[in-house]
Design a binder for this molecule. Sequence first.
Ligand SMILES: [Zn+2]
Length: 204
Amino acid sequence: MRLSPQTGTAFLLTAGDTLRVIDPEGEQVADLVAFTREPAPAWLSSGRTFDYNDTLYLTTGHVLYSHRSAAMLTIVADTVGRHDFLYTPCSPETFTLLYDHKGHHPSCLENLVTNLEPFGIVLDGIPTTFNIFMNVDVLPGGELKIAPPRSTPGDYIELRAEADLVVGLTACSAEMSNNYRFKPIDFEIHDSMPSEDDRSRFRS
Ligand SMILES: [Zn+2]
């Protein structure tokens, strides 16, 4: 399936499903967030994820954790190797505070709120997103520098669900993070238990 530029979506993953997020044109960020309902409501946690992986740069083999320290998603493939988990999803305030933008500006936060609402998730329940393909350099003095994504056309990341999840996903709306051009994002869900017919192909 395809996300048009500056849009978002939300969907369910069953434990064992694999989500592939593809950058079809290159240099496009996709913000991802995830929630579990059982055994208790929990959400993706950048802090817990850094705690247990000891790196800012998450890639193949790393596990993304919930705020309750449960494994939510494992990165099982990654053709880029640079993503961000420090920055929050761009929001209306991002554009007024940082860029003095007047009037409405599409944002990942607005797109997540709109698409997650049917799942009972509201604005204040949305944590720091895992910003797929976002390229943030941490300078020796601790300063953060947003650079163009390293993804080229067709690059992708695959994440395996370690629990039943509600997932929100966007094609990011922030100028600087996407090298000043807004592109689509593609995604595919690979069932954990494919039938004989779709054993070798992705549902999209
Ligand atoms: Zn964004």
